[in-house]
Design a protein around this ligand. Structure first.
Ligand code: 4AD
Ligand code: MG
Length: 434
């Protein structure tokens, strides 16, 4: 009996007989020789099957339809031209399910339109490119968790159902809770993390968040994942350093552990290799001047749009951190700069190559009186924020944190043109199927 292996491991079995369990990705028929390509979720592997040497396997493969499931046995042989550097000389084939000729696999090996692919996302994800992206996503998540744990942060996940907004009321998804009570899907776990940070010191949460974004851009999802650290006795500077450490660790782990997937995506790895700390930093004031010098109509007090972010980030080969924005364009919870109270002690991190804001965070208001004033100014329901205000009544300390947008980070690492490809089932403005 040949050992069952995955395609990813094939290189270690050169010269041996092995069994692969997967699907027929594609096949070229050259008469008495067949050149099947198998996929098993870890990669694709080219095979060769000869009528003369393995007639039964040949008959099983001949005319086998694309994406039929099959278990194949053969000998692994080095072949420099084959993807992965090895080929399988097929000796046995067991077809698990043959896709009927009259009902072929919907995604043919040609270009399809985006709507069609999204409608068939449950199948589209089998394509080598899509599978490579999802493996890179898993690697980046693994690296992010390892990094946070290694820095002494304790995972304390925040709830998804909340009684109030965190990031402004315009993008809230309302749901009816038990007995007609209203609740909202969370936009960020931050407020709850501030409580767990006061309990455990350094904490993070990592989960899906929801925003009823009416923006139909390549950077917006309505459900996306955010990794959020929060630390007691921490300041803006601490979070900028933690943020660049986290992002560079994620990028370098993908470069190190997923080279084949990056190759499948034709990603320029030299650009990723440059992503090491320290990241460049720029004051908001200077960012406005830079935009003006580049012919943008920016003026002090404006928030930056997607195009502005692209202009700013294109000056650098790694992410740039913009800090100290006007308080008026930032969230209610941001601590003012004691030197210049019109500024917030907050920062955004912009990814290179036009991928926009991947991280936002900063220091939180720690004074009870100021926070109450802010809650009122923003017309937020005081009742729902009572517990949050309590954190400033009972042992308040300076504290800070940030949120990393996972999908924007992965889209940049993968070099995809749209964020929808980097999450298994994207939730978009007009799409919630499949
Ligand atoms: O900048 P944001 O809104 O920050 C917060 O929510 C803070 N409460 C986080 C914190 O300090 N704990 O969102 C954080 C990141 C953004 O930088 C962006 O990368 C991503 O989340 N993001 C989105 N990603 C995909 N689709 C959307 N609609 C997004 N909105 C924000
Ligand atoms: Mg932001």
């Amino acid at each position: 009996m040949a050992p069952i292996i995955s395609i990813e491991e094939a290189g270690r079995h050169s010269g041996e007989s092995v069994t692969l369990r997967g699907w027929l990705y594609n096949q070229r028929d050259a008469g008495k020789l067949l050149f099947p390509i198998f996929r098993d979720g870890t990669g694709i592997m080219q095979g060769v099957c000869s009528l003369k040497e393995s007639p039964a396997a040949y008959e099983a493969l001949k005319n086998l339809t694309q994406e039929s499931s099959c278990i194949v046995t053969g000998t692994v042989r080095p072949d420099a031209r084959a993807p992965g550097g090895h080929e399988l000389h097929v000796s046995e084939v067991q077809v698990v399910q043959r896709i009927a000729d009259g009902d072929p696999y919907p995604i043919q090996l040609k270009e399809h339109g985006t709507d069609f692919l999204l409608e068939n996302r449950h199948l589209w994800m089998r394509a080598p490119r899509q599978a490579a992206i999802l493996r890179i996503r898993a690697e980046a998540i693994h690296a992010a968790r390892n990094f946070m744990d290694s820095q002494g942060y304790t995972l304390t996940d925040s709830p998804m159902f909340t009684p109030s907004a965190c990031e402004g009321t315009t993008t809230l998804f309302e749901v009816s809770y038990i007995d007609d009570e209203k609740a909202y899907l969370t936009q960020s776990g931050q407020l709850y993390l501030e409580a767990t940070a006061a309990a455990l010191g350094k904490v993070y949460c990592f989960g899906p968040v929801f925003r009823a974004e009416k923006s139909k851009t390549r950077r917006h999802l309505t459900e996306f994942w955010m990794l959020e650290p929060e630390a007691a006795y921490a300041h803006l500077e601490d979070m900028m350093v933690l943020g660049e450490g986290l992002v560079s660790h994620m990028v370098q782990s993908v470069v190190k552990n997923r080279p084949r997937e990056l190759e499948t995506l034709s990603r320029d790895v030299t650009k990723l290799a440059a992503v090491v700390p320290p990241f460049p930093r720029m004051l908001y004031d200077d960012a406005v001047v830079t935009l003006q010098k580049n012919g943008k109509a920016a003026k002090w007090g404006d928030d930056f749009g997607g195009e502005d972010e692209t202009v700013l980030s294109s000056q650098f080969d790694r992410p740039v951190i913009i800090h100290r924005y006007p308080a008026s364009i930032k969230a209610f919870y941001m601590e003012p700069d004691p030197q210049r109270p019109e500024l917030a002690l907050g920062f955004d991190m912009l990814a290179p190559e036009g991928y926009g804001e991947i991280m936002g965070g900063g220091e939180r208001v720690s004074s009870y009186d100021l926070l109450l004033k802010r809650v009122r100014e923003h017309n937020l329901p005081e009742d729902a924020f009572k517990w949050y205000l309590d954190l400033r009544r009972y042992g308040s300390v300076p504290h800070a944190g940030f949120g990393l947008g996972l999908e924007r980070t992965i889209a940049w690492i993968c070099g995809t043109s749209h964020i929808r490809e980097v999450i298994p089932f994207p939730r978009l403005l007009y799409r919630i199927y499949p």
